[in-house]
Ligand binder design. Structure first.
Ligand SMILES: [Zn+2]
Length: 335
């Protein structure tokens, strides 16, 4: 009887110690977590205090590209620190008073869209800047290359534009898939070389990534994908090495503040833009009155239509070219 009691007491003691131990571990863990968070919060707050007064947000119309990007980076950093602080509070309601948690939640709702907006801006501008730097490489080689591209383009065009099977239809000049239709540039509403690539199916605008074959890409230094499986593609990429996307379809355009109905692709300034599919080609210069920026006074735009009316099948537009197929070639031209 006594022995049983002793056994039970020992068991109770063991359980008691275990419960106390677990409690202590939880208590110290929580305290360590709160301390860690407090350290982080004070560091993030110090960063905000340091950066915030320096920020001079402008537009690229009144700021140099470099200044604009630096300011954007700082603004994004401040918003990111604020996001981290509020997120850590909102996701641990057991550690903070209810009012603080509520406040953090409402701040997060404001910060998230703002952060997204500035990140789109940064994407756009940073690539404009990178491309501007890339352009400075070996000017003489580039000049020879550009001249060759133009020669090849016009030679190809001379063969296809009045090709017997198409000219009989008298629907205007024709190009074949893969043919050079222009060179990448930055004419019109543009802050850095890219192809603003618009795609339509039966005259309805569609996301180019739903038609293109899939490629690994860089969207602001982050690897991303665009396109469908090779056997499901309807068109080909409009540049040789489509490795940078500066703006995806359906994002907010920082320049015009509207929804971007195109894919902005960079390969290399003055490098070929190629027909994504065969079709009738239109070449236009579209002026941009009242735009915040309008390089060369107008955008050079090539449109290719599978159907002569452009109302059926695939239609693709290639914007901001610095030269269109069929234009004159001047070997001495400044790049
Ligand atoms: Zn665009």
């Amino acid at each position: 009887m006594k022995q049983l009691l002793r056994q039970r007491l020992i068991w109770l003691l063991i359980i008691g110690v275990a419960v106390l131990g677990a409690g202590a571990i939880l208590f110290f863990q929580r305290r360590a977590y709160v301390r860690d968070l407090e350290t982080k919060h004070s560091y993030w707050n110090s960063q905000i205090a340091e950066l915030q007064p320096e920020i001079e947000l402008g537009t690229f119309a009144d700021q140099k590209v470099d200044d604009f990007i630096v300011n954007l980076h700082k603004q994004i950093a401040v918003l990111s620190y604020k996001y981290a602080i509020y997120k850590s509070i909102a996701s641990h309601p057991e550690l903070f008073p209810a009012q603080q948690v509520n406040n953090a939640e409402s701040e997060l709702q404001k910060i998230v869209p703002e952060l997204k907006r500035y990140k789109t801006d940064r994407t756009y501008m940073a690539f404009a800047w990178i491309d501007y730097l890339m352009l400075r490489i070996d000017e003489s080689l580039l000049r020879e290359l550009v001249w060759a591209f133009k020669k090849i383009a016009n030679f190809q065009f001379r063969i296809t534009e009045n090709h017997l099977s198409y000219s009989l239809l008298k629907e205007g000049p024709y190009v074949l898939k893969g043919q050079i239709v222009g060179l990448q540039g930055c004419s019109g509403i543009c802050t850095g070389t890219h192809v603003h690539f618009v795609t339509y199916e039966d005259a309805k605008i569609v996301d180019p990534c739903k038609l293109l074959p899939r490629r690994p890409l860089t969207v602001w230094g982050i690897s991303d994908k665009c396109g469908v499986a090779e056997n499901k593609k309807k068109i080909d990429w409009p540049v040789y090495i489509p490795w940078i996307i500066t703006q995806k379809y359906d994002t907010i355009s920082p320049v015009l503040n509207n929804t971007h109905g195109a894919l902005d692709i960079i390969d290399r300034e003055h490098f070929p833009v190629i027909a994504a599919h065969s079709g009738w080609i239109k070449r236009e210069t579209k002026p941009c009155p009242n735009a915040p920026i309008c390089v060369d006074g107008a955008a050079k735009v090539v449109t290719i239509c599978q159907h002569p009316t452009c109302k059926k099948g695939l239609t693709t537009e290639y914007w901001h070219l610095d030269w269109m197929v069929g234009e004159e070639i001047d070997k001495e031209e400044e790049l």
